[in-house]
Design a protein around this ligand. Sequence first.
Ligand code: HEM
Ligand code: HEM
Length: 182
Amino acid sequence: MKSTSTHYGRVAQALHWLSALFIIFLLPLGFLMQTVDEGAKLMLYRTHVILGISVLLLTIARLVWHWFDESPKPPAGIKGNHLLLYQGIHWLLYIGMLVLTISGISLNVMSGLGEILSGAAPGPIPVDLSEFPPSVVHGITSRVFIALFVVHVAGVISYQATEGDVLKRIGIGGWGATRQSE
Ligand code: HEM
Ligand code: HEM
C-alpha cells in the first residue's frame, strides 16, 4: 500500500490515475459544455461540477496520504535544474488542482449557478459568468494547467524513452529504456 524509496505505493498510484482520468475529461468538458443547447448544458454542467468536486476530494486525500506515506526519491539521473523542474511541476500541479476546484466552487456559489444546477432555482444557465472574479481565475488557471500537464507528460515520455522505466514507479510500465529509474 505504501510507497518505497523507489516506487509509489498502490494508494498513491490509485489517487494519481483517478485524478488524472477525471481532469483529462474535465478540461475539454469545461469548454464544450458552454457551447451546447440548454438541455445538454444542464447535464454537462452537473457532470463537470460532480467530477470537479471529486478532484478536490481526491487532492485533499492525496495531500493527507503524503503526510503518512514515504516519498520516493526522484528517478535516477534527475539532478540540478532538471530536479527543480521535476519537483516544481509536481507542486504547481497540486496548486493548480486546488485553485481550479476552489475557484469553480466559489463561482458556483457567487453566481447562483449551484442553485440552478441543483434544481432549487429556475434556469437558464447564465451565458456569461465573467463578471464574477472566480470565473476569471478558473479560466486563466485552466489554461496554465493545460501547459503544466503538457510539460509533465512530455517529461515522463522523454525520461521513459531515454533514461528508464519511470511509468513503472507509478503503476504501469514495461516499455522504453531498460535502465531501472531507481
Ligand atoms: C492532469 C493529469 C495529471 C496530474 C494532475 C498529474 C500529477 C502528478 C503528480 C502531482 C505527481 C507526483 C506524484 C504524486 O504526488 O502523486 C505525478 C507523478 C507521475 N505522473 Fe502524473 N499527473 C497527471 C497525468 C499523468 C499522465 C497522463 C501520465 C502519463 C504519461 C503521468 C505520469 C506520471 C509518472 C510516470 C509519475 C511518476 C514520476 C516519478 O517517478 O516521480 N501523469 N503526476
Ligand atoms: C480540476 C478540476 C477542474 C478543471 C480541470 C476544470 C476545467 C474547466 C475549464 C477548462 C473550463 C472552461 C474555462 C473557460 O471557458 O474559460 C471550466 C469552466 C467552468 N468550470 Fe471548471 N474545472 C474544474 C473544476 C470545477 C469545479 C469544482 C467547479 C464547480 C463546482 C467548476 C465549475 C465550472 C464552471 C461553472 C465553468 C464555466 C465558467 C464560465 O462560464 O465562466 N469547475 N472548467
